[in-house]
Write a protein that binds this ligand. Structure first.
Ligand code: ZN
Length: 335
């Protein structure tokens, strides 16, 4: 399984250690140093849940050595989430929220003695979807945790967890693999990046800047709309500020992805301007256009392009006004 580059660290983020998460957690387990609670940052479906499943098997496996074996009854039950010592909560199907009742049930179960394992384990999928009341119940449980219990909170948006919960958990990043942006955004972006103006000439930097700015505006309003829709479906009477915060966090994540996709495009051009192998291109399907672009600009311009994109990304991270960042950055990217 591919957990090779996994970052582990405390949630205060002072020190992040690059290490294999499973190895690290296995060591913590075998030397009796498992933390009470972990926030696993990763997509609630793929890498994140794979990691959780492995951890469950590791802790529940009936074999003394080479854990988890993946074959014993406990490993199987862990894999199917049917192990009697496992409490597994996910957001409710319709509302997509985790209610106080769900966490209360978990709380009642966790204080009971374990049935067959040495542990009671709680897994909360998409933990950021906990309602505030649900979060408060969990917090109480984490403040006075039952012996031999471990909590795994899986989320792709740890910033939405109560900070009091976050501070009681160790942070594990399930995967350093960067999230690809959905095709819904990659396709129009590639259209802009590969775009030509007039008779085969390169689209002007200003025209491209306008188009990217418009694309980001669309991304922003769509992100806001998605959060509103989620709240509406769940019949949540969330405050306007909460919705806006969620929407803007969703947007910022998407914007990071879009900037990275732009970066990869100009990285490909840079590789070609210095004679790098075509096989290393990220946008291999666009090889021909990339080669044409690389022929038209100098190596130093290709480097400048990358620097400009890096600067913009940094400015976004510092929360500088988006309009200004885009206005001054995008038009300096040539080629
Ligand atoms: Zn096993």
């Amino acid at each position: 399984m591919g957990y090779s580059k996994i970052i582990i660290g405390k949630t205060n983020g002072i020190k992040m250690i690059n290490k294999n998460a499973l190895d690290w957690l296995s060591n913590a387990y075998s030397s009796n140093r498992l933390a009470q609670a972990y926030v696993i940052v990763g997509p609630p479906r793929h890498e994140g849940q794979e990691l959780v499943n492995h951890l469950l098997q590791l802790l529940f496996c009936e074999n003394g050595e080479n854990r988890p074996c993946g074959n014993c009854k406990s490993c199987n039950m862990a894999d199917k989430h049917t192990h009697p010592d496992l409490q597994w909560i996910e957001p409710q199907k319709k509302s997509r929220i985790i209610s106080a009742d769900q966490v209360r049930t978990l709380q009642q179960q966790i204080y009971k003695t374990a049935f067959i394992a040495d542990w009671k384990i709680c897994v909360i999928i998409a933990a950021d979807r906990m309602q505030k009341s649900a979060g408060n119940i969990l917090l109480k449980t984490l403040e006075e945790p039952p012996a031999n219990s471990v909590f795994f909170l899986l989320t792709d948006s740890p910033q939405f967890l109560l900070s009091t919960i976050r501070s009681r958990c160790q942070l594990v990043t399930a995967s350093t693999k960067q999230q690809e942006i959905p095709n819904e955004w990659l396709e129009p972006l590639l259209k802009i990046l590969t775009g030509r103006a007039g008779t085969g000439g390169i689209i002007t930097a200003f025209a491209r800047a306008d188009q990217i700015t418009t694309l980001l505006k669309d991304a922003k309003s769509k992100s806001m709309a998605i959060e509103k829709e989620i709240a509406k479906k769940a019949n949540l009477d969330e405050k306007k500020e909460v919705l806006e915060a969620r929407g803007s966090s969703r947007y910022r994540e998407l914007r990071t992805g879009i900037m990275r996709a732009i970066m990869l495009w100009y990285r490909d051009i840079l590789i070609l301007t210095c004679g790098g192998a075509e096989s290393t291109l990220y946008y291999n399907d666009q090889k021909q256009i990339l080669c044409e672009r690389a022929e038209k600009i100098s190596y130093s311009q290709a480097v400048t392009n990358i620097t400009m994109i890096e600067n913009m990304t940094r400015q976004f991270e510092r929360n500088m006004p988006e309009g200004r960042v885009l206005g001054t950055g995008l038009c300096k990217i040539i080629g």
